[in-house]
Design a protein around this ligand. Structure first.
Ligand code: AMP
Length: 215
């Protein structure tokens, strides 16, 4: 199974990806996570990507496409993969389509998680993460026990630079301008499953499974 998760930043793609990884026993390729890993390892790619990410801008296509091309040929992708946060532009989608066509492994479905902008701003502005162990929290849906402190390792929680309200709004503008056109691109291929992303994680999960025809 080869899936693309589409939707605005903060629509819940990562959460649904966690379920799909287990359901199909395939890896998730999250370009955002790969970049964050490079940043914490202080690699050249990490340094280049960080400047764009901190401002809520997209990392240039050339950097992203090469990264994904080398990732999908790794052994763990032989039974399929889930793309989360990639492709984000038409050139990225075209590059992915061409690479997968060469390998004769086309995308099966594009799961499009739909959430209104106002709700996304509310969700992301309330999100904090632990810089030490990576655990994530939310002031409404997943509160930490002791305010501002990680339940697991007692470190002080922080807000990701790209979760700050102003940055979230910029990311949404970029999403509408550059990523939303991918819905039409993949609708032409007849691959899009539109999912209402408003509701609890379980509700959205059930809708995704139903759309994919699994119980
Ligand atoms: P994410 O965790 O998917 O929301 O990604 C965080 C940030 O990483 C984005 O705001 C971009 O700056 C960068 N990024 C991740 N994936 C891509 C991509 N496919 N194309 C360009 N930039 C990306």
């Amino acid at each position: 199974m080869r899936l693309i998760l589409l939707g605005a930043p903060g629509a819940g793609k990562g959460t649904q990806a966690e379920m799909l990884i287990k359901l199909y026993d395939i890896p998730c390729i999250s370009t955002g996570n790969i970049f964050r890993e490079h940043i914490s390892n202080n690699t050249d790619l990490g340094k280049q990507a960080k400047a764009f990410m901190d401002e809520g801008k997209l990392v240039p296509d050339s950097l992203v496409i090469e990264l994904v091309k080398s990732r999908i040929t790794q052994d763990d992708c032989k039974n399929g993969m889930i793309f989360d946060g990639f492709p984000r532009t038409i050139p990225q989608a075209e590059a992915l389509d061409a690479t997968l066509a060469d390998l004769n492994i086309p995308i099966d479905y594009v799961v499009n998680v739909e959430v209104p902008d106002e709700l996304i701003v509310e969700r992301m502005a309330g999100r904090t993460v632990c810089p030490s162990c990576g655990a994530s929290y939310h002031k409404v849906s997943k509160k930490e026990k002791l305010a501002g402190t990680c339940d697991l390792c007692n470190s002080k929680l922080v807000q990701r630079d790209d979760d700050k309200e102003e940055t979230v709004k910029r990311r949404l503008e970029i999403y509408h301008a550059q990523t939303e056109p991918l819905i039409a691109h993949y609708k032409l291929q007849g691959k899009v499953l539109d999912i209402d992303g408003v509701g609890t994680v379980d509700e959205v999960r059930a809708r995704v499974k139903q759309a994919l025809g699994v119980n």
